[in-house]
Design a protein. Structure first.
Length: 156
């Protein structure tokens, strides 16, 4: 567990390359078991950071731990999470959008909220170069969400 603590602390490293390596290691660890989930509150707090890299890391780790969320912590912070669909930084918005299908897969009770937020996102705030990219991410996320919902509701 101390290794996970060290990796979580590393998410705040001023060296973004080092912090990214910690993020990757934590995402891999999140696939294996729920050991990273105990830091969920830290990840949720990261979404309030002035630093867009830290916001992104928090969102990605929340998504990576959605399958372990038996405490329904994502349900409690979903509105805050969904606000980042229109993050000030379009790159952060794109990462948020791309992470949403994983949350929807593991938290089907949130699919309606996620789908509504994606469908109602006004992408006009982004410049001409980024708007089509964010729009494409929204379309792809909705397609993945709809695909995972229909897979989960197949008839016997």
């Amino acid at each position: 567990m101390s290794n996970i603590s060290e990796l979580v602390n590393g998410l705040f490293d001023n060296n973004n390359g080092a912090a990214y390596e910690c993020l990757k290691a934590l995402i891999i660890a999140s696939e294996e078991d729920d050991g990273v989930y105990r830091f969920f509150d830290t990840f949720a707090d990261m979404m309030d950071s002035q630093n867009s890299y830290i916001r992104t890391r928090g969102m990605l780790l929340i998504s990576a731990n959605a399958k372990w969320d038996t405490d329904c912590k994502i349900d409690e912070i979903i509105d805050k999470y969904l606000c980042h669909i229109l993050d000030d930084k379009p790159v952060t918005a794109r990462q948020c959008i791309k992470a949403l299908p994983n949350i929807a897969k593991h938290k089907p009770e949130l699919v309606g909220d996620i789908r509504d937020a994606l469908n109602n996102a006004s992408l006009q705030r982004y410049g001409d170069s980024m708007r089509p990219l964010v729009f494409g991410d929204v379309k792809a996320a909705l397609k993945r969400i709809d695909g995972s919902v229909s897979e989960g509701s197949g008839s016997a």
